[in-house]
Design a protein around this ligand. Structure first.
Ligand SMILES: NC(=O)c1ccc[n+]([C@@H]2O[C@H](COP(=O)([O-])OP(=O)(O)OC[C@H]3O[C@@H](n4cnc5c(N)ncnc54)[C@H](OP(=O)(O)O)[C@@H]3O)[C@@H](O)[C@H]2O)c1
Length: 216
């Protein structure tokens, strides 16, 4: 599958790109700066020994992807997404975005839409937005030789879109758990603030979350 990652030059996007490239997917790294995207693609090709990683500006990346991943800081959504609206029409858009306030404890700071994912849906109304990957730390993704001990919680309105995200999660060894409609994205995003606080409190880089009680 062709996966475009807006903000793919960052830690989370590059980590996802690494895992998916190793799983056999084709990756388009997106950036505000096409040259920066190209440089990151070269770096990731060298790291993964996979040639299926290229870099473009965010709008071109969105046009080339079958699935579009939003791995941007929350503050970047309103400027970055509207120009990609046409390119994202009808596509699955995965939001990894967590609206956090930094400086001291990591505070979940939801936007008026209720969550970053609902804001993404409002900015890309013809897309099928799924909120996912918020609890998979960039640090975990980057250490690609290790399995990730964390469940993938995801929510969204479209069952087929969630089935595709389930497969994308499985391709990097993750168990996906459907936690309902996109209106549950706020609590899902908020868990990341707890994990970030746990990491600071216990001097970790990779606390995660697993759900008990589910059948195998
Ligand atoms: N890091 C993690 O462990 C982690 C875990 C779960 C979820 N997340 C979430 O995933 C998203 C990405 O995280 P990250 O740590 O990769 O973030 P990041 O490194 O701070 O940013 C990702 C990329 O976004 C672009 N960017 C930065 N500011 C921007 C702006 N104002 N407007 C448009 N683009 C901007 C930059 O790319 P260019 O300069 O190349 O355009 C940057 O490389 C965030 O919402 C974060 O909360 C992160």
């Amino acid at each position: 599958m062709n996966i475009a990652i807006l903000g793919g030059t960052g830690k989370e996007g590059a980590g996802l790109a690494t895992r998916w490239a190793l799983a056999g997917h084709s990756i388009i790294i997106g950036s505000r700066d096409a040259a920066r995207a190209h440089d990151k693609a070269v770096e990731l090709r060298e790291r993964t020994h996979k040639l299926t990683i290229v870099g473009h500006d965010n709008a071109e990346a969105a046009a080339l992807g079958d699935v579009v991943v939003v791995a941007l800081p929350h503050t970047g959504l309103s400027a970055t997404l509207p120009p990609t609206r046409q390119a994202c029409r009808g596509k699955i858009v995965i939001s990894t975005v967590v609206p956090l306030t930094f400086g001291g404890p990591r505070l979940f700071t939801p936007p008026p839409a209720g969550s970053a994912a609902e804001e993404v849906q409002a900015l890309l109304p013809e897309s099928k937005v799924v909120a996912a990957f918020h609890h998979i730390a960039a640090h975990e993704l980057a250490e690609a030789e290790h399995p990730i001990e964390c469940d993938l919680l995801m929510c969204g309105a479209d069952a087929d879109a969630k089935a595709v995200v389930t497969e994308l999660g499985r391709s990097m060894g993750l168990r996906s758990i459907d936690v309902g409609p996109l209106t549950n994205a706020g609590p899902v995003e908020g868990i990341t603030a707890l994990l970030a606080t746990i990491n600071r409190r216990y001097k970790l880089k990779n606390s995660g979350i697993q759900i008990t009680g589910l059948p195998d």
